[in-house]
Design a protein around this ligand. Structure first.
Ligand code: AMP
Length: 286
């Protein structure tokens, strides 16, 4: 059966009201479309935990800090719907811009703390755009559970904090990053890589995983980060925006991995910005 598509808030509300009165637990998976196996893993996780799964597709202008990037973002609704149908997703919500930002829309949700630094330092306004649209999608769907990828680890923290701070009754669940066979994290932006860049790109996760192991071996954070950065540049990355060790629980900067941590990176390969992160287990003080 093909996934039903709704485009208005009124239609969405009618469906979720029915589902809630039937006692169904509802999950939402917010996306910007151009669906790949990473997105589909979130939909599968949602279907495992909930009775009804809504996928949303909205290319949110407010989270792009570059108009050309917004214009170039792939829009493949037909293919996206075809990928969701066999999984058994229950609804695809594709709101028109006026359903999200009606005339005169004046509200911005800004999460401090976890949205500062990392991507927040290089993409001004990005997390305000994310927090605002995700708050709307949570309230519009009235979902009980929401699924996000750890691929966008800082985003996951921003969304979780926003839902907690605003008392939105939804559980935000993070799901592991899905990778290509050579380790590259799936991303709709990967299609922009030239064949040579695509080859180089696999060095990003390799270098991250190798660095994570060096922490475990007791090498200092300063040394590991400096050498990993040099390795990325040597591999052919144009620049490294950031490469940082942060606490997994709250993104606090760490000088030592004395608690469960994440190593997070953003780097430019030609004109494409790639982000990734890997787990770093706590290393007991020795
Ligand atoms: P996007 O449409 O790219 O904004 O992403 C929608 C959701 O899919 C977000 O929660 C992302 O973190 C998640 N996602 C994107 N890429 C991956 C991946 N490779 N593995 C797991 N989740 C992902």
């Amino acid at each position: 059966m093909s996934v039903p598509i709704v485009r208005t808030l009124a239609e969405l509300r009618a469906t979720v009201t029915d589902w809630h009165s039937g006692g169904f637990k509802i999950a939402v998976v917010p996306t910007m479309g151009a669906l790949h196996k990473g997105h589909l893993s979130l939909v599968r996780a949602a279907l495992e935990r909930a009775d009804r799964a809504i996928v949303t597709l909205f290319v949110n202008p407010r989270q792009f800090n570059d108009a050309a990037d917004f214009a170039a973002y792939p829009r493949t609704e037909h293919e996206d719907a075809a990928k969701l149908s066999p999984l058994g997703a229950h609804l695809l919500y594709v709101p028109g811009a006026e359903e999200i930002y009606p005339n005169g829309f004046s509200t911005t949700i800004s999460v401090s703390g976890v949205s500062e630094g990392l991507c927040g330092a290089f993409r001004p306004g990005h997390f305000d755009g994310v927090a605002t649209v995700v708050a709307k999608l949570f309230l519009q769907t009235g979902a009980d559970l929401a699924f996000f990828g750890e691929k966008d680890f800082q985003q996951l923290h921003v969304v979780r904090r926003m839902a907690r701070d605003l008392d939105i009754p939804i559980e935000v669940i993070g799901c592991p990053t899905v990778r290509e066979a050579d380790g590259l994290a799936l991303s709709s932006r990967n299609t922009r890589l030239s064949p040579t860049e695509r080859e180089i790109s696999s060095r990003l996760p390799q270098i991250l995983f190798a660095a994570a192991e060096r922490f475990a071996a007791g090498t200092s954070v300063e040394t590991v980060l400096a050498e990993a950065k040099a390795a990325l540049l040597k591999a052919g990355f144009r620049s490294v925006e950031y490469l940082e060790l942060r606490a997994a629980a709250d993104l606090a900067p760490l000088e030592r991995p004395d608690r469960p941590a994440r190593l997070l990176v953003a780097a430019w390969l030609g004109d494409t910005r790639l982000i990734d992160n890997v787990e770093v287990p706590a290393v007991p003080a020795g």
